[in-house]
Design a protein. Structure first.
Length: 366
């Protein structure tokens, strides 16, 4: 049930030191402290969602009213509905489902899938690290979430071998040879993480297909010594490009937030389906951007530029205009709009040599 060592010690009337020795002997993971409760919907919010659905508010409107991401609201309505359709949403059903999902113990992902278990086992026997194993699995199966696990999941499977299904001797194949997992992060520490991120794997299925316009990829191109940057946002269906000026007098988070909101607000609602970004700290204000611009924001996996291939390719082309090692803060928004206009008038092979302007205009005029 996620009980702490102290609570177990009181329950069984045994000293913590004895429990600690037992965990070292049998394998185990230190229990995590409860997460920030504000990150999760409460029962009051669920009843408010029901009221707003009854009043015929859209999911985006409900997300804005509650200050939540629209994906959170969408998943919540689906979880709490006993049949398809928003009218069947029940707050108490959703609350009960959440409690059931948090119950422990839970089946581990790796041992519950024999093929995945065999692949992980084989990787460990070849002396690959958990990080190398999961990286290779994603490379071999980029479109199959069944094989997408984190290296922490592999570690948990090793150290909880009583439930994990991996051979006990494989613990010796980890870099340290430890028999108990000590998380790197301290309690409450959020080093390198962006609060409230929604993974690219939760993105709508239609975003994987370039046939539907409105799904964007974004990133920064960085100037000399990392002191300046330009935001680049590319539409996957048409390769249509937006360039975002980052005001040099503001910090990068604020400058990107203001610039993105201003640019995305100019788009028709039909073109504001999703935006996928990397996990750069410049997107700390992503929830504000999503709410004010009316677009769902997702984050690619770390060190996975191929998940934003359209944007990466476009950034390479933009270096013709913005060479590496130059000061990018000298370019105004007018300058950037001029460059974007030139890029959007370029014929593209992928578009059968139509231009991004033509492809997007054709869609909007249908």
């Amino acid at each position: 049930m996620g009980t702490t060592h102290s609570e177990i010690s009181k329950e069984v009337a045994a000293p913590r030191s004895a429990l600690h020795e037992m965990f070292h002997t049998a394998g185990g993971i230190r229990p995590a402290h409860p997460k920030d409760p504000d990150r999760f919907l409460c029962l009051e919010e669920r009843f408010r969602i029901k009221e707003l659905l009854t009043e015929k508010h859209s999911l985006r409107a409900i997300a804005r009213i509650l200050g939540r991401n629209v994906s959170t609201i969408s998943r919540e309505v689906k979880r709490g509905s006993y049949r398809p359709g928003r009218s069947s949403y029940r707050p108490t059903r959703a609350q009960r489902a959440v409690w059931e999902n948090r119950r422990r113990p839970k089946p581990l992902k790796i041992p519950s899938d024999p093929e995945l278990l065999a692949r992980v086992q084989a990787g460990l026997e070849e002396k690959l690290s958990p990080e190398q194993i999961v990286g290779r699995l994603r490379r071999d199966h980029p479109d199959d979430p069944r094989f997408h696990v984190s290296h922490e999941t592999v570690y948990k499977t090793i150290y909880l071998q009583a439930r994990g299904g991996l051979k006990r001797e494989l613990a010796a194949l980890t870099r340290t040879g430890r028999t108990i997992r000590h998380p790197h992060r301290k309690t409450g520490e959020r080093r390198g993480r962006i609060r409230g991120m929604v993974s690219i794997w939760d993105r709508p299925d239609e975003a994987l297909d370039r046939s539907i316009p409105g799904h964007w990829e974004g990133d920064l191109i960085i100037g000399k010594n990392g002191h300046s940057a330009i935001g680049t946002v590319v539409e996957r269906h048409s390769n249509y490009l937006l360039l975002v000026h980052l005001e040099p007098t503001k910090n990068r988070v604020e400058a990107l937030s203001d610039g993105l909101v201003s640019k995305l607000a100019e788009l028709p609602e039909a073109l504001k389906r999703s935006l996928t970004w990397d996990q750069g700290t410049e997107m700390y204000a992503h929830q504000r951007i999503a709410q004010m611009a009316g677009i769902d924001i997702f984050f690619a996996d770390p060190h996975s530029p191929w998940q934003r291939a359209t944007n990466e390719n476009t950034n390479g082309l933009l270096r013709q205009y913005f060479p590496k090692g130059t000061d990018l803060s000298v370019h105004s928004q007018i300058d950037l709009d001029h460059v974007a206009d030139q890029m959007n008038r370029r014929p593209r092979r992928r578009l059968e040599f139509a231009t991004p302007y033509e492809v997007l205009s054709d869609h909007l005029l249908r």
